[in-house]
Ligand binder design. Structure first.
Ligand SMILES: Nc1ncnc2c1ncn2[C@@H]1O[C@H](COP(=O)(O)OP(=O)(O)O)[C@@H](O)[C@H]1O
Ligand SMILES: [Mg+2]
Length: 308
């Protein structure tokens, strides 16, 4: 019992230290931490910008272990994931452990780090199968090179975007049966404002209005009928940063300047037009859709646009 109480104090303190670096996300952090602390691998399923990388960075930093990033796509062959033999040296010296160039999987196993595979469902089947063996055995044998045994803190974390519908495969049951899973949704508006404030260091009356407007229009891109997938919080962060520079360039006189709305629209074009994905059937353009969203906020409903 005393041991259990000690373990509880430990993981609670760990959770609290990690939470200090993250805006909100208490539940997601607690569930992710519980899974990795239990020694388990995990799939985080959610659209971009929903704190997946932020949480993993915070956990691995707290544990003092490296985080290895891999992008899942059709080119992610087993050899790219595991490693390959240096061909010139193999010709000169034959196969050996010395001539092996480890890929991110072997690097993560040997360093006891997290292997984070984004867009997991875009990776080819044989690559996923290689990964399954490594996950099950916690070691991997490379023919003519040797066996690499994972340190205890090695984990595989996969992520995928549920809106993703090009070049993806559905996970086979043999893959999904070996992973824990957490669906991550967009943050709520106050949390997004907190994130944008933190990442842009926006301050003062202008900063406050920029953050409020940026989060509101970014969230509106996720509701618009012509948009298949709207912008993540990254679009709100960039709207604030771009608008801040435009304000300097144009000598804006604070948030109530009559030029503010048009300036903000220009920042939206830069920060959001590439981040919204229109419905194939929609006969419109990102710029037109953004203009509608801007009008909703700045013309039709100016009361909500006034600060305070
Ligand atoms: N909970 C959070 N606290 C602080 N910053 C966050 C949080 N969530 C996201 N961010 C910031 O938003 C951006 C995208 O977040 P990220 O974790 O990379 O998203 P994902 O990996 O889900 O695509 C990053 O700049 C990150 O710093
Ligand atoms: Mg990420």
């Amino acid at each position: 019992m005393a041991q259990l109480a000690h373990a509880a104090t430990d993981i609670i303190a760990t959770r609290d230290r990690i939470a200090a670096h993250i805006v909100g996300r208490e539940r997601e952090l607690e569930l992710t931490l519980a899974a990795v602390a239990a020694g388990r691998d995990m799939l985080l399923e959610g659209p971009p910008g929903t704190s997946k990388t932020t949480m993993l960075k915070a956990i691995t930093e707290e544990w003092g272990i490296p985080l290895f990033f891999v992008e899942g796509n059709a080119d992610l062959t087993p050899a790219k994931l595991v490693g390959h033999n240096n061909p010139a040296r193999v010709l000169r010296e034959d196969y050996s452990a010395d001539n092996f160039v480890p890929g991110p999987l072997v690097q993560a196993m040997e360093a006891g780090g997290f292997l984070y595979i984004e867009e997991f469902n875009r990776a080819p089947e044989d690559t996923l199968n290689t990964l399954l063996t490594a996950m099950a055995d916690r070691s991997i044998t490379v023919p003519r090179v040797g066996t690499f045994v994972a340190l205890a803190t090695f984990r595989v974390i996969a992520s995928m975007n549920p809106y993703d519908n090009v070049g993806t495969t559905r996970l086979s049951t043999s893959v999904s049966d070996r992973l824990n899973r957490l669906a991550v949704e967009y943050q709520d508006a106050p949390a997004e404002r907190g994130i944008v404030e933190l990442r842009t260091a926006a301050a003062g009356a202008l900063g406050e209005r920029l953050v409020a407007d940026a989060v509101a229009v970014t969230r509106a891109t996720r509701e618009h009928a012509d948009i298949r997938q709207g912008s993540s919080v990254r679009g709100a962060i960039d709207s604030v940063l771009v608008a801040g520079q435009l304000a300097l360039l144009r000598g804006l006189d604070g948030p109530t300047d009559r030029d503010y709305p048009e300036l903000f629209f220009d920042a939206m074009i830069v920060a959001l037009s590439g981040r919204i994905h229109l419905d194939e059937a929609a006969a419109t353009t990102p710029e037109l859709v953004l203009r509608e969203i801007w009008e909703d906020r700045f013309i039709l409903d100016p009361a909500t646009a006034e600060p305070g």
